[in-house]
Design a binder for this molecule. Structure first.
Ligand SMILES: N[C@@H](CCSC[C@H](N)C(=O)O)C(=O)O
Length: 744
């Protein structure tokens, strides 16, 4: 059989179907009842000409043989958008079900009811329909009033139901069999031979087992079949070539379609199921009943690009010293989270840039606003997508343990993108110690967009719970908070928020710790965002914001805002951030070690220090239950604004500056700097001490930092000299002006 998309299959299928229909009719003879409609399942590997075949069969059976035929695709049973989102959200770590496609992403019950109505020859049956283009390609069920109707003429009801799809007829395996196949595939994938081309071995066992367990539900459809046809391929890998060929032809004809890379990634999504269930189909889905299944074997593609494809080729020969040294690494990017490419029909998984020509060691900067090539290409305009930004986003997704990351022009830009999904009347629960810019944006939304914002003490789970309602659309957290370094229970609050409203989104500003020290998504948050200006970049030479999520549909909503408003990170800044993030771990380690020394130094001298590395921190245990380090931001109080000002002004090495996360140490007074946008009355209400000094510790020599701080404390008159050094002034000595009285 040819793989060309021409009808060379119906000549084999029609006689088979007619013969089976005759036998079906015969089996009802003498029973005194009319035979019910005839159900045929059709499974065809993608790209093998299934669509052309069913069209021909419908025409031949309906017109040529007077058998009204309904062709119905399993794709029309995909879950409505909202339900698919819920499924993805309920299983954030299973990449197989983040999008429609796999068994478990269909409304099987809807299919069962349809089959029953057709079997009963009910009049005016509505046939479900699915729109794959809805939600920027994520898809949604078409509203029921728009579904086509069959059996409207009672004299000509549907007699043949042709149910087709790539996974039609798949039957679940028992768990042990799945595990066996998976182990074999995984061993191949992990081996040095480099000849594993499948996808099963790249998945987690639990992801595959989940899909397999849901596939059991599909038996109610499969068990209906009176006959089954399999359009098979000798080697399922051909599917890559057919799909590539079909898409290229469609692109040529229609002007748009997926890029080759996108096609490969698209097929990758289905491939584990082919590896698991092709044998089930080949062995026959009717067990002992013979003759009810027809298998057609399709010719190989004229030339298999797949086997030589750059998309799947390892980056260098498998037995090369480099490959040996790095065999534990995912060099070809198969395990990477989906690509945040522009609103394309598929998410890519390729790590290297398709456009990178010279094996550059540093990611090239695609300093280009536009990309040549016309419709259908992966990049057209840098606002919508840029290869350098894509590279950054993929890397960020990986280190943030996220399904997808998006890079924008500042941390507040990230916060803006996230909060744009709020609607008037939505409720936001957030902290009473919050970065000034975040507070300013939320106040704006409260005053201009009718969003209800509740500031509560997020360190108290019960207080947060009391503020949650079924209208809570978002919970926005910082931990540690800025600048009071309070710790909030991410897991506890996430669970409470989802209990109050399963649709509520918990967003965590992780800027203070970075993904190196804390991963809020792993603790139950839905969204993590960070100012990339801080630790991620580390040098205060760029502004950037990052959003990371596991829910692909949510990511698509954020991408929509970014593309629509044009706040995506520019190529050069993307490159700078990519460069900065390479040293995140070493910077962070050095910074937090220095910070610990500074915190202990101040505490030992009698200052009230807020730092989660200190055992005296009231939420020390909570912090260490959810983070891997204390970070490098701390604050301390002197008891007097005037004293604090003098300290800040007396430092030489510590730079007076807003922001944190830089390799240089910084000192600031939040109430007049980073948090000045919170009005004094609100600061007082929230007990934000006016004298608080924030230290953002860098990587300098710790002795130099201690020396400089010591001389500043002494020169400012903030300490009393003792025989062996100095100590903080006590209440009477400092002329303490408490934070509430001592306002500017
Ligand atoms: N003038 C700026 C202040 C920026 S503060 C930056 C940073 N998030 C910090 O906490 O230091 C503004 O008004 O936003």
């Amino acid at each position: 059989m040819s793989n060309e998309i021409v009808d060379d299959k119906s000549e084999h299928c029609v006689p088979f179907i007619l013969e089976r229909i005759k036998l079906h009719g015969d089996s009802y003879k003498g029973r005194g009842e009319a035979p019910p409609p005839f159900f045929i399942g059709l499974n065809g590997v993608q790209g093998a000409g299934k669509t052309t075949l069913v069209e021909t069969l419908k025409e031949t059976l309906s017109t040529g043989h007077g058998l009204p035929t309904l062709v119905f695709s399993i794709d029309d049973l995909y879950l409505p958008h909202e339900k698919q989102e819920e499924l993805a959200k309920a299983h954030p770590n299973n990449p197989l079900i983040q999008h429609r496609g796999q068994p478990s992403t269909h409304d099987v019950e809807l299919g069962r009811k349809l089959f029953q109505s057709l079997a009963d020859r009910k009049p005016n049956i509505k046939v479900p329909s699915y729109d794959k283009s809805a939600y920027s390609g994520a898809g949604d069920q078409v509203p029921e009033q728009k579904w086509p109707t069959v059996n409207s003429d009672p004299a000509k009801p549907i007699e043949v139901v042709l149910f087709e799809g790539w996974c039609v007829g798949f039957r679940a395996l028992d768990d042990a069999a799945v595990e066996k196949k998976w182990r074999t595939a995984k061993a191949q994938a992990d081996s040095d031979a480099g000849d594993y081309k499948g996808r099963l071995g790249k998945q987690k066992l639990e992801s595959v087992l989940f899909v397999n367990s849901r596939l059991r539900d599909y038996d109610v459809l499969t068990d209906r079949f009176d006959a089954f046809m399999l359009v098979d391929a000798e080697d399922t890998l051909y599917v890559y070539d057919w799909r590539l060929d079909a898409e290229r032809k469609m692109k040529k004809a229609k002007g748009s379609g997926m890029s080759d890379e996108q096609v490969v990634n698209f097929v990758n999504g289905y491939y584990p199921a082919y590896e698991l269930y092709t044998d089930v189909l080949r062995n026959g889905i009717f067990q002992d009943e013979k003759g009810k299944q027809l298998r057609l074997n399709t010719d190989p593609p004229p030339s298999s690009q797949y086997s030589s494809s750059t998309y799947l080729r390892p980056p260098f020969p498998k037995d090369s010293p480099s490959a040996q040294a790095m065999k534990h690494l995912d060099l070809d990017g198969h395990d990477l989270p989906p690509s945040p490419a522009p609103s394309s029909p598929s998410n890519g998984r390729k790590y290297a840039l398709a456009t990178e020509l010279h094996n550059a060691s540093s990611t090239p900067i695609y300093q280009s606003a536009t990309f040549k090539g016309g419709p259908g290409q992966e990049y057209d305009y840098t606002r919508s997508g840029n290869p350098t930004r894509t590279q950054l986003e993929r890397h960020l997704a990986k280190i943030m343990n996220a399904n997808r990351a998006l890079a924008v022009s500042s941390g507040m830009g990230a916060c803006d993108v996230i909060t744009r999904i709020l609607k008037p009347g939505d409720e936001v629960v957030t902290g009473d110690d919050l970065y000034g810019g975040t507070n300013r944006l939320l106040t704006y939304l409260k005053e201009n967009s009718s969003i209800i914002v509740r500031h509560v003490d997020t360190t108290k789970l019960e207080t947060v719970k009391a503020a949650l309602t079924d209208k809570t659309a978002m919970v926005l957290l910082e931990t540690p908070t800025n600048p009071l370094i309070k710790i909030v229970d991410i897991a506890g609050i996430s669970a409470a928020a989802h209990e109050a409203n399963p649709q509520a989104l918990v967003a965590v500003d992780n800027t203070m710790l970075s993904p190196y020290l804390q991963n809020p998504l792993d603790l139950g948050a839905d969204i993590v965002y960070e100012s990339g200006t801080k630790y991620l970049s580390g040098h205060h030479d760029l502004m950037a914001g990052v959003i990371a999520v596991n829910n692909a549909a949510l990511a698509e909503r954020f991408y929509f805002v970014i593309n629509s408003t044009g706040c995506g990170l520019a190529p050069f800044d993307s490159w700078l951030l990519l460069r900065g993030v390479k040293t995140l771990a070493v910077r962070m380690e050095k910074q937090q070690t220095n910070a610990m020394t500074i915190a202990q130094f101040l505490e030992a001298r009698g200052f009230k220090v807020r730092f989660p590395g200190l055992k005296s921190h009231p939420q020390y245990d909570l912090h260490w239950s959810q983070a891997r380090g204390a970070g490098a931001v701390l604050s301390f109080e002197t008891g007097s604004v005037a004293l604090s000002e003098r300290i800040v002004e007396s430092t030489r090495l510590w730079g007076i500056s807003v922001s944190f996360g830089c390799v240089n140490s910084l000192i600031s007074m939040p109430c007049v700097m980073s948090h000045a946008s919170i009005d004094p009355a609100t600061r007082k209400e929230r007990a934000l001490p006016e004298d608080i000094i924030r230290l953002c510790v860098g990587i300098e020599d710790i002795a130099d930092l201690v020396d400089d701080l010591s001389q500043a404390l002494v020169r400012a008159g903030a300490v009393r000299l003792t025989d062996d050094g100095f100590v903080a002034l006590d209440v009477n000595e400092s002329g303490r002006t408490t934070q509430v009285v001592d306002q500017p």
